[in-house]
Design a protein around this ligand. Structure first.
Ligand code: C5P
Length: 224
């Protein structure tokens, strides 16, 4: 069977990653959460107190950052590693969420991440989620999905995710963070979040998780 690449872009917190992961599992494909990569870079910048307005400091930091994903067979989860350290929980914190869009808007950061993402998908068989996958990383992806949901629905889902990890967060604070990230992500000059012409839009506000996964799988099967 031919393998395809599936690009899932869209607003923050509308279930792109969990959908991409389930689709990848069903097809036996690799799942890559590119948001986790930008989050890991941000965590590094925060922990090392890198001045993100200083291009030399950013370049130096990027040269010292190694990100990889490992599958933990015990938890059945994909974990993000930053320089050999498991940062899966740390990158999901509100501290990182508060800064990630600023870091992701830096040209040098995007250049480094996009190169890694393109290498990961060169043999096809990848489900990748992010903001610029269909537009920049894989403009030739066989399936492009653009996911949306209302801010309130997205914030409630994010609040539940954080609660599962033991982090209590205020709904209004999450809504504000989601809207701020959408604004920065959609208006930046470097690879802004856009719905490309050939993307299929899926509004997940009123869909059950299994339904949104099935929609993507149906679209994928038409193309395989
Ligand atoms: O997908 P997630 O919400 O974890 O992404 C965190 C942030 O990383 C986004 O708000 C965005 O600023 C940035 N990002 C990006 N390009 C991607 C994936 C994520 O700019 N491909």
């Amino acid at each position: 069977m031919t393998k395809i690449n599936i690009a899932i872009d869209g607003l923050s917190g509308c279930g792109k990653s969990s959908t991409a992961k389930a689709v990848a599992k069903a097809l036996g494909y690799k799942f890559i959460d590119t948001g986790a990569m930008y989050r890991a870079v941000t965590l590094y910048m925060l922990d090392k107190q890198v001045d993100i307005n200083n291009p030399d400091a950013v370049e130096e930091a990027l040269a010292n950052i190694r990100i990889d994903f490992r599958f933990d067979s015990e938890t059945q989860k994909n974990e993000t590693f930053l320089n050999e350290q498991n940062v899966e929980t740390a990158i999901r914190s509100m501290r990182v969420a508060g800064q990630v869009s600023q870091v992701a808007a830096i040209k040098a950061v995007r250049k480094a991440m996009v190169a890694q993402q393109q290498a990961m998908g060169k043999d096809k068989g990848v489900v990748m989620d992010g903001r610029d996958i269909g537009s920049v990383v894989f403009p030739d992806a066989e399936l492009k999905v653009y996911m949306t949901a209302t801010t309130k629905v997205r914030a409630r889902r994010r609040q539940m995710e954080l609660a599962e990890k033991g982090e209590k967060a205020d709904l209004a604070e999450i809504m504000e963070n989601l809207e701020k990230r959408d604004r920065i992500d959609s208006t930046r000059s470097e690879s802004p979040l856009i719905k490309v012409k050939d993307a299929v839009e899926i509004d997940t506000s009123h869909l059950k998780f299994e339904e949104q996964v099935q929609k993507v799988l149906d679209l994928a099967k038409q193309r395989i």
